[in-house]
Design a protein around this ligand. Structure first.
Ligand SMILES: [Zn+2]
Length: 122
């Protein structure tokens, strides 16, 4: 790999996609966003119970991670987590997604559960 030996497998995959399959990846990301439903909150929710998964070029990941990284050309490694600023894991609105560290994400989830959200109602 061209000088990227320090990059983990996830980063190498994104480097490869951006170098060779960017247009295909972008159109897939836009399709995933278009298939979502716009909610009153501004969230664009996938028609799935949990976070939607996407498979692309030999790799599977949550759709929101794919969308954020592809549309912003972010090379995300294992320790980089795409976070929902809206706390809605089904949301794929690119404006609601942000990159953070694993520790920050755990804090988000603790805050979220502390609000007493009942997943049985979703
Ligand atoms: Zn949202």
């Amino acid at each position: 790999m061209e000088g990227f030996c320090y990059a983990d497998e996830s980063q190498q995959w994104f480097e490869h996609i951006f170098a060779h399959h960017l247009e295909e990846a972008r159109s897939r990301a836009f399709t995933l966003v278009e298939e979502g439903m716009l909610a009153q909150t501004g969230c664009i929710e996938t028609p799935t119970l949990g976070a939607r998964k996407v498979r692309f070029r030999g790799r599977q990941m949550p759709a929101y991670r794919f969308i954020h990284c592809i549309l912003n050309q972010v090379v995300a490694g294992y320790d980089d987590v795409v976070r929902h600023r809206c706390d809605n894991r089904r949301c794929v609105n690119p404006d609601h997604l942000d990159l953070g560290s694993r520790g920050e994400n755990l804090q988000d989830e603790r805050d979220f559960y502390a609000d007493g959200v009942d997943f049985g109602l979703l």
